[in-house]
Ligand binder design. Structure first.
Ligand code: NDP
Length: 503
């Protein structure tokens, strides 16, 4: 902080003479209406808060760069990927999901992992999580799902019945539930976790050829997690531990980095692929789709002001640049719309003018005008319509995504891809996790699910059993449930199971 003394002023620059004593009629008051300094100070204070994000409210962020380390021009014409060694400025924000802005960083929750690339073709946002999958695959379920992770409408407390009732009625959640209740659900810090796009995206090259891709930002610090008891202790010891860790590591010059690996499928490979590549509850197994290393992200600069640069940072998966496009993933399609909608609600229609959100390396030229808090010249005296014959900017067809085929009967379809929602969760449990991982997973689940009603415990246990009999058995035993009953429930259809466990 600068030591140089300066004069305090009002919001409009007038010098302030006294900031300790309100103007009063006599030394014992009352306060005079004409104390405009007092009123300015109070009315601004009363408006300090902006709407909290409904999800991802608690977060931390930092600036840095992304460097390309492999030639991927055969896959994408994105300019920031155009040559090995090319560096692009980034701003990254990490967050928990369900907790409020003052909640603890160590809570069991997925972590948001969002990166804004300030490219010369405009800003590109990769808005992912620290998990490669998600709980649901249809956006119509999203508000309901989030309600169950938040507070009971009557008690205003977290509620294990709501939480597990919804999940046990939504069996496709089992894969993400298994990751969430493993120790990866409580990363040691934001530096020690991976980031995944989770969704499939499209990359296309100069020739208009496309591939389907998934992003994996692998932490160079190594994966480090807290066990359940360590996370519980951290919540009370330092609720801001991950926010503090990121800031202090960067201040020390220990710049965290992530290696970007991509999984890539050609349209031909995708056609016969065993899994629905647009189903966000599934991964692409590495044995079938090995990843290639593409670049590195390094974070090396802290924000100067948290509110200005982190609280107001606005990411949106529809912020795409030529060379990168959306996929038909239904969850992604809804996010393309709803993130921008959220930012307009929280920050206003001109949120793109807030410095952290501004395009840094590409000029902004269009015919959008006015609105609340338009704080630049608003397009000046240039034309505010197109087409025009006054030298206003024109669209450039090179920026268009190549045409692609769509067909099909419109309607509301149940998920019908012939695969199994339990196999990948079962593989994670039985083939990837160590004995210790499994023991921690079961103990984390028992500690949480044990607070729900017995009938909900039974329904959810049957889903664990369907993922892997050892998994369901271990949780059932931990909860003191009858394993034979769980096995019977697991053999039923979901409809029968719901009927057998109704209130
Ligand atoms: P692999 O053995 O090739 O990959 C296993 C992956 O699991 C690695 O990426 C590893 O990440 C990650 N992993 C290790 N321990 C855990 C854990 N406790 N919780 C969550 N992830 C963990 O197998 P497959 O690709 O065939 O995938 C098998 C299962 O692994 C999947 O069903 C999925 O649950 C999980 N997984 C798969 C990923 C993928 O994209 N294929 C990505 C992440 C998880 P790391 O290298 O960082 O240790």
């Amino acid at each position: 902080m600068s030591k140089k003394k300066t004069t305090m002023t009002s919001a409009f620059g007038a010098p302030v003479g006294n900031d300790l004593n309100s103007m009063t009629a006599g030394p014992r008051g009352p306060v005079l209406m004409q104390d405009m300094h007092l009123f300015e100070k109070l009315v601004h204070f009363e408006r300090e808060r902006i709407p909290e994000r409904v999800v991802h409210a608690k977060g931390a962020g930092a600036y840095g760069y992304f460097e390309v380390t492999a030639d991927v021009t055969q896959y994408s014409k994105a300019k920031f990927l155009s040559e090995v060694g090319k560096k692009t400025d980034v701003f990254a924000r990490f967050s928990t999901v369900g907790g409020e802005k003052g909640s603890a960083d160590a809570a069991r929750d997925p972590r948001g992992f969002a990166v804004k690339f300030y490219t010369e073709d405009g800003n590109y946002d990769m808005v992912g999580n620290n998990t490669p999958v998600f709980f649901i695959r249809d956006p119509l379920k999203f508000p309901d799902f989030i309600h169950t992770q938040k507070r009971n409408p009557a008690t205003n407390c977290k509620d294990a019945d709501m939480f597990w009732d919804f999940l046990s009625l939504t069996p496709e959640s089992i894969h993400q539930v298994t990751i969430l209740f493993s120790d990866r659900g409580t990363p040691a810090t934001y530096r020690h976790m991976n980031g995944y796009s989770s969704h499939t995206y499209k990359w296309y090259n100069e020739k208009g050829e496309y591939v389907w891709v998934q992003y994996h930002f692998k932490t160079d610090q190594g994966i480090k997690n807290l066990t359940g008891p360590e996370a519980d202790a951290m919540c009370s010891k330092d609720p801001d531990h991950a926010t503090r860790d990121l800031y202090e590591a960067i201040e020390r010059g220990e710049y965290p980095s992530w290696t970007l690996e991509m999984q890539i499928l050609t349209p031909e490979q995708a056609k016969d692929f065993k899994w629905d590549i647009f189903d966000i509850t599934k991964v692409w197994p590495h044995s079938e789709v090995p990843s290639i290393t593409v670049g590195k992200m390094v974070l090396n600069r802290n924000p100067v002001n948290y509110f200005a640069e982190v609280e107001q940072a606005a990411f949106c998966p529809s912020m795409l640049v030529p060379g990168i496009a959306a996929s038909p993933d239904k969850m992604l399609q809804a996010r393309l719309f709803s993130y921008r909608d959220t930012h307009i609600h929280r920050l206003g229609p001109n949120y793109h003018l807030i410095p952290v959100n501004q395009s840094q390396n590409a000029p902004v030229r269009n015919y959008q005008r006015d609105g609340a808090m338009r704080v630049d010249d608003g397009g000046g005296s240039g034309p505010n319509y197109w087409p025009n014959s006054f030298e206003g900017p024109d669209p450039n067809a090179d920026a268009n995504e190549p045409h692609f085929m769509l067909d099909g009967e419109a309607g509301r379809f149940e998920f019908s891809f012939p695969n199994d929602d339990f196999v990948q969760a079962g593989d994670l449990f039985s083939k990837v996790m160590t004995d210790q991982d499994r023991a921690n997973l079961v103990s984390n689940i028992v500690g949480h699910l044990g607070n729900a009603q017995k009938r909900i415990q039974r329904r959810q246990c049957a889903i664990f059993y369907k993922a892997h009999p050892d998994y369901g058995t271990a949780v059932a035993k931990g909860l003191g449930l009858d394993v034979a009953d769980i096995e019977k429930l697991a053999a039923m259809t979901q409809e029968e199971r719901v009927e057998a466990t109704k209130a």
